[in-house]
Design a protein around this ligand. Structure first.
Ligand code: OAD
Length: 241
């Protein structure tokens, strides 16, 4: 077995606090498209036309059509062994937080409850006038409207928008205080999520990366394991308490 994997298993098996940070790669084996890379969404779509507040003001119908297309892809998909390994870790490690950039809801489906969805959730919609957030699985019209008559928007953090302050604070505090951090399936280029691994490392945590490719954090983490999260994460968890 890979040396990094062995060391990571060992650290994980004695850890009393753990943060898992995930990105689109963790959902790739379930069939959710990633954003970057050869098959990534941002190869064929322009974020400034679909994932900014300006784009929504200009053409809410187009933006919702894109989200509706993505929802139809995601709706039938199931958590994969990577998601399930992470939900197992929540049961085993006393202080646990999952910080995900994924908006697909698959971590919740896998059973994780101690989680922060830093970039929102594709199954939630928010009233642009009242700011209220509610589950939204069916679109009666595109674009959908709130009972108050105003437009609903996807409850997603778009480019140029700030993350929810409380969510970010929770994530940063957990990163600063964990013994081990696992960073899985993220290109580590979108801030502020990308800086959480550095924070954890500075604070003395053992940081493990699981990714099919190298990323900007590969050079400073304690173990960087090359491979699919659906295969590597279950192997890592096999060694946890
Ligand atoms: P990216 O698409 O940028 O990166 C996916 C990462 O997963 C890459 O580093 C791949 O090498 C890796 N990867 C792919 N398949 C994998 C697998 N089976 N196992 C392990 N790793 C794999 O996705 P994110 O880093 O999540 O924002 O992107 C961050 C944010 O940028 C997203 O949350 C999204 C996007 O714009 C919003 O939607 C607000």
């Amino acid at each position: 077995m890979d040396k990094g994997l062995l060391r990571a298993r060992e650290r994980l098996s004695s850890a009393r606090s753990l943060v898992v940070l995930t990105g689109a790669g963790v959902s790739a084996e379930s069939g959710v498209p990633t954003f970057r890379g050869p098959e990534g969404l941002w190869r064929n779509f322009r974020p400034e036309e679909l994932a900014t507040p300006q784009a929504f003001r200009r053409d809410p119908k187009l933006v919702w059509e894109w989200y509706d297309w993505r929802r139809r892809i995601i709706a039938p998909l199931k958590p994969n062994p990577g998601h399930l390994a992470i939900s197992e870790l929540e049961k085993r490690v006393p202080e646990f937080l999952l910080v995900t950039q994924n908006v697909d809801g698959l971590h919740r489906l896998a059973g994780n409850a101690k989680l922060v969805e830093l970039h929102g959730n594709i199954w939630l919609a928010r009233c642009v006038a009242e700011g209220t957030v509610a589950e939204n699985r069916e679109l009666a019209t595109i674009p959908p409207k709130c009972g108050c008559g105003a437009l609903l928007r996807p409850h997603i953090v778009w480019f140029g928008e700030s993350l929810d302050e409380d969510d970010l604070k929770t994530a940063v505090e957990a990163a600063r205080n964990c013994e081990v951090m696992i960073v899985a399936g993220t290109s580590s280029v979108v801030q502020p999520a990308a800086s959480l691994a550095g924070l954890a490392k500075e604070s003395g945590a053992f940081v493990v990366e699981v990714n099919t490719d190298e990323t900007p954090i590969t050079g400073f983490v304690d173990a960087s394991i090359r491979g699919r999260s659906g295969e590597i994460l279950p192997m890592l968890v096999g060694g946890a308490r």
